[in-house]
Design a protein around this ligand. Structure first.
Ligand code: FES
Length: 92
């Protein structure tokens, strides 16, 4: 096993399962656009995740290392999510 050290301090995991994707097709693009606008692209890695069986609460997003799970996320929520992420320092 080898620890990967070339990682970003923050990770946004977006569910790309069929139900979440159907409910919110542009969520990933919205996050990317908002992070670029704020100059945070190097601070945050975007990761697709498979269905985590939270489909009834979709679209689902998980913020790491805060281990914050969010449901019913819409494009309009993205600025607030990023505001709240950067109020706290990520765990190193
Ligand atoms: S499809 Fe997203 S949690 Fe199941």
């Amino acid at each position: 096993m080898k620890e990967l050290r070339d990682t970003c301090p923050w990770v946004i995991m977006i569910c790309e399962g069929s139900k979440c994707s159907r409910l919110q097709k542009d969520l990933r693009r919205t996050f990317k656009h908002e992070l670029k606008e704020r100059g945070l692209k190097r601070e945050v890695e975007m990761v697709e995740m498979d269905c985590t069986s939270r489909c009834k609460q979709g679209p689902v997003v998980c913020i790491q290392p805060a281990n914050l799970w969010l449901g019913e996320v819409r494009d309009a929520n993205v600025p607030q999510i990023i505001d709240e992420m950067f109020r706290e320092e990520p765990v190193q």
